[in-house]
Design a protein around this ligand. Structure first.
Ligand SMILES: [Cu+2]
Length: 353
């Protein structure tokens, strides 16, 4: 509300200033009252073009200096590196082209500003020039698109080779649940119509399916490092999107269908906590939190880095907080954790007792 009022006040002040300048202008007796731009106007606009170019470069440098540190750390999945190089290459190309074309655009606007007696040269066409400015973008874009398609098909090649771990990610407003296939690594059939809250069947598992009994339902995702994981996504209510930024993975969760994504985690949580970028980020966040703690504000306990699964589709009121912790650990630790979890059959049995 305060923000809205502030904006309203600023807009009104701007209108008032604008009206006042108009009155001031009208009150002046002008010798030259023509609406046609004269040399002085053109020169003034030419310099303004230059000023705008400096502003553009300034804001670019400022953004690099101020915001690059909030970028994600190194990719923690096998395909992540390939994805990152594609993105950084695209960014570098865009950056170079943008820097050059903006400089030329603004410089020429200044150089060829209107001047009395100066006439534009009539220059119909130049085949060679047109050929060059067509062929270069064609080659560069075709290269990027082909590389992109190749990377995309590589990443989206979800198959059962190399004995992948099968994990279901179940989305609902506003939390995540994960399900493992259990001993047989096969997920039991499930459907939202079979949800039975009274019997703690929150994901709608088909109790008559022999594959369902050993399924393990958890609220914290553990993954063994180096093993391929095939994710199957489901949604109970609306569109959600399973986003695991550190693994460069995202897939929509669509009610009524199962979507998939597959990746191999390569860096454990413990290792990632030692990554210089992560150490830096944790330090910065905890600096802010320490300040908050000094003022007695909430959310001020020291933070420790963890991988996360986020929802990346605005799915409702608490969308912003729809997340689940992901822990990547050694196979040994993973097995130990898994052994402590309760199977679906055991949960159901304990409810019935
Ligand atoms: Cu969501």
């Amino acid at each position: 509300m305060t923000a809205l009022l502030t904006i309203a006040v600023l807009v009104l002040v701007a209108i008032a200033i604008w009206q006042m300048t108009k009155i001031f202008e009208l009150s002046q007796i002008k010798t030259d009252n023509s609406q046609i731009a004269n040399d002085k106007d053109n020169k003034y606009n030419g310099y303004l073009m230059f000023a705008f170019l400096i502003f553009l470069y300034g804001i670019t440098i400022f953004s690099f200096w101020k915001y690059t540190k909030v970028l994600l750390p190194e990719a923690a999945s096998e395909h992540g590196g390939e994805y990152d190089s594609l993105m950084i290459t695209s960014f570098v190309i865009i950056f170079i082209v943008q820097t050059l074309t903006q400089a030329l655009l603004h410089y020429f606007s200044y150089k060829y500003r209107g001047e009395k007696g100066k006439k534009a040269l009539f220059y119909a066409d130049n085949d060679r020039l047109e050929f060059i400015w067509t062929i270069i973008p064609v080659v560069v874009l075709a290269g990027l698109i082909l590389w992109g398609l190749y990377t995309w098909t590589n990443i989206m090649d979800i198959n059962d080779e190399d004995d992948p771990l099968i994990v279901e990610l179940y989305a609902q407003q506003f939390n995540w649940t994960a399900r493992y296939g259990g001993e047989d690594n096969v997920l039991g059939e499930a459907n939202v119509r079979m949800i039975d809250i009274d019997r703690a069947n929150v994901m709608g598992l088909d109790e008559s399916d022999p594959n369902a009994g050993d399924d393990i339902i958890v609220k914290e995702l553990h993954l063994p490092v180096g093993r391929k994981v095939n994710f199957k996504m489901r949604s109970q209510d609306v569109l959600h999107s399973a986003y695991m930024p550190h693994f460069r993975a995202q897939m929509n969760c669509v009610p009524g269908m199962i979507t998939q994504f597959s990746y191999t985690p390569t860096i454990t949580t413990e290792e990632m906590r030692l990554n210089p970028d992560v150490v830096d980020k944790v330090k910065r966040v905890n600096g802010i939190r320490a300040e908050k703690a000094a003022q007695g504000l909430p959310n001020s306990e020291p933070w420790e880095f963890d991988y996360i699964l986020l929802c990346n589709k605005i799915c409702g009121k608490s969308h912003y907080n729809m997340q689940m912790k992901i822990i990547v650990e050694s196979e040994e630790d993973y097995n130990k954790w898994m052994a402590e979890q309760q199977t679906f059959a055991a949960t159901i049995a304990s409810i019935q007792e």
